[in-house]
Design a protein around this ligand. Sequence first.
Ligand code: 5GP
Length: 194
Amino acid sequence: MKNDGLMFVISGPSGAGKGTVVKELVKKDNIEVSISATTRQARKGETDGVHYHFLTKEQFQKMIDENGFLEYAQYCDNFYGSPRKQAEEWTKQGKDVIFEIEVQGCEQIKKNNPDCVTIFIMPPSMEVLEKRLRGRGTETDEEVIQKRLARAKEEILKAPEYDYIVINGPLEECVDDVLSIINAEKLKSKRFRF
Ligand code: 5GP
């Protein structure tokens, strides 16, 4: 009989490089990535159903009412949530799933799925974080950047609650560290059913 797949939650402040790390991980590991729903506007280059499911506030609320999320949270001025159906199907099929979500969502997933593995991607410093956030050019409004930086400071305070903290200096090293965590977690004796 096949074991259920594992849930890996990856959090870290906006600009820490989570998205890039996840992109590299899926190239190297047979792992699924949960596509979140959000009420935020799509950025240039983002496709509905690929990067996010872009929903109106009403559609998002309807999914909440129908218990359609494993977790959801408000981040800055928008809502974000992990759709329940796809993730549960994957884990039942024995596939491992990554959730790239912020800290409140992580708390909810951990509460309902204590077996999940939580990883915090830490920027090397606040200066590097700000440089990356500005450098990627996805947020151009100064007010939005300031809100994300303020939120980053709050999120970093939650890092000790995670199972693992990985510093995202050189990308290769960070990806290798996360892969080591994933591989070790899969080999834990408690994961095996005899
Ligand atoms: P962004 O707007 O930069 O794409 O995402 C903003 C923040 O929301 C990031 O920290 C991202 O990890 C988080 N996020 C993305 N999807 C979800 C989700 O489904 N649930 C929660 N709780 N956070 C999410």
